[in-house]
Design a protein. Structure first.
Ligand SMILES: Nc1nc2c(ncn2[C@@H]2O[C@H](COP(=O)(O)OP(=O)(O)OP(=O)(O)O)[C@@H](O)[C@H]2O)c(=O)[nH]1
Ligand SMILES: [Mg+2]
Length: 203
């Protein structure tokens, strides 16, 4: 059945083990698996869900792949027509944090349209070398306007996930409305004729 509900494709990105599939599972059925079985996601998975944001119905289609896929050729189709990328790192894995710039380059290279949202997962865990808010702050300053939002979540406790999905969807909706703002389209206005243009040009 045809539906007028706008749909946004959102992809999960980031190093292996940061919790992309855990975010996906929270999204799908609000579950969490401590032991995910085989270590890495193989291939692709996607699932869509409808939300109501600011009184508007929208569909979010979330895509998951393995962190290792960064090096594989399926990248192009994964990124294709995505509205947003949730770029994940683990708060207790500094390596995953230092790889963020590389992932940002990948996203920008493969998708002209995707807004990038930074997501620090495993907030429930602590380590001596954990990523601090100051680390995140200075990284986002370096990124200038590249990041459209910054979140800290825990897939284990569920902290911050609903808020993250709602904020992402809200941001995408506002962006889409601004780009297709009907008040900026004036269909009944005649284009300036040649004489008008000449008048301006020669005056
Ligand atoms: N304590 C804690 N563990 C988490 C959290 N999120 C994920 N994990 C665990 O981290 C491990 C890796 O999570 P995945 O969701 O498989 O990570 P991934 O990014 O999909 O990994 P790849 O598919 O290999 O790229 C699993 O054992 C999860 O249970 C969290 O918020 N807190
Ligand atoms: Mg995975």
């Amino acid at each position: 059945m045809a539906t007028d509900v706008p749909c946004f494709k959102v992809i999960l990105c980031g190093e292996y083990g940061v919790g992309k599939s855990s975010i996906f599972r929270r999204f799908v059925d609000n579950s969490f698996t401590e032991d995910c079985g085989p270590r890495s996601t193989i291939g692709l998975d996607h699932m869509s869900k409808e939300f109501t944001v600011n009184g508007k119905r929208i569909k979010l289609e979330l895509w998951d792949t393995a962190g290792i896929e960064r090096f594989a050729t399926l990248s192009a189709s994964y990124f294709q027509s995505s509205s947003a990328a949730v770029l994940c790192y683990s708060r207790v894995d500094r390596e995953s944090f230092s790889m963020l710039s590389q992932h940002i380059l990948d996203i920008i290279m493969h998708s002209k349209t995707a807004k990038i949202f930074l997501c620090g997962n495993k907030r429930d865990l602590h380590s001596d070398d954990e990523i601090t808010d100051a680390d995140v702050g200075s990284f986002s300053e370096q990124c200038d306007t590249v990041l459209s939002g910054i979140f800290t979540i825990s897939c284990k406790t569920g902290h911050g996930l609903t808020d993250m999905f709602h904020t992402i969807v809200g941001t995408l909706l506002i962006d889409a409305e601004q780009r297709f703002d009907p008040t900026r389209i004036r269909p009944h206005e005649s284009p300036p004729d040649d004489s008008t243009q000449k008048h301006h040009c020669c005056s």
